[in-house]
Design a protein around this ligand. Structure first.
Ligand code: G3P
Length: 221
């Protein structure tokens, strides 16, 4: 399972990359706006910096809504780095643009996906990635992870090559379930990423080993 960070925060990405377990990054206009406000940097410079740190797929989202506009914006973003994947909303215009971008070998990620049928359409136009938003489904009383289970099953039924990015992740339990369902990728905020490593028994274990070792330290000099 690949681990992506769902943030545009350069500090968080730098810290997480040092752990050696980050395979990619996903951004969206909200996350990028937050980083522009925090740093005063230009969006394109932020994206290039992220690509240089991550050296893996970095999703950059278009804001145009018509197919031609999405295609043009996508081409421009893709010229920033070979690591850029163009994030395109799941609409009719988005499908048309994704097909066109894929024909030119540009990486794409169809986003704002909330149903199995939408995920099938993303695979049909040859998108590299599809992003079902799990947390937002939970928020309205649906079972977000059931959608992941079903997409994984249907993609396997038909041998679709699109990779599933579990997105809108809220807590480590989403990551646990995504792994059980065999999701290709989970993208998560830094606060969830940090929690993956934590376990109080690990801390207690370290403390106990070190205090036992302390007792004999002088005897083994
Ligand atoms: O990757 C999708 C993500 O950015 C949306 O998450 O927390 O805004 O629902 P959230």
């Amino acid at each position: 399972m690949k681990i992506f960070l769902d943030t545009a925060n350069l500090e968080e990405i730098k810290t997480a990359c040092e752990w050696g377990v980050v395979d990619g990054v996903t951004t969206n206009p909200t996350l990028l706006a937050r980083e522009i406000e925090r740093t005063g940097k230009k969006p394109k410079d932020i994206l290039v910096e992220i690509c240089e740190m991550v050296k893996g797929p970095v999703s950059a989202e278009v804001t145009a809504l018509d197919a031609e506009g999405i295609y043009k914006e996508g081409k421009e973003l893709a010229s920033l780095s070979p690591y850029i994947a163009i994030k395109v909303p799941m609409t009719v215009e988005g499908l048309k643009a994704t097909r066109k971008l894929r024909e030119e070998g540009i990486m794409t990620n169809m986003t704002l996906v909330f149903s199995l049928n939408q995920a099938v359409l993303a695979a049909k136009v040859g998108s590299n990635f599809v992003s079902p938003f799990i947390g937002r489904l939970d928020d309205i009383g649906h079972r977000g992870m059931d959608l992941i289970r079903d997409i994984m099953q249907v993609y396997e039924n038909y041998g679709f090559g699109t990779e599933v990015i579990v997105a809108s992740v809220r807590h480590p339990e989403h990551v646990y379930q995504a792994a059980l369902y065999g999701a290709d990728i989970v993208t998560m905020p830094f606060r969830v990423f940090e929690k993956l490593v934590q376990h109080k028994l690990t801390d207690v274990g370290i403390e106990r080993f070190l205090s036992d070792w302390e007792r004999v330290k002088d005897k083994i000099k």
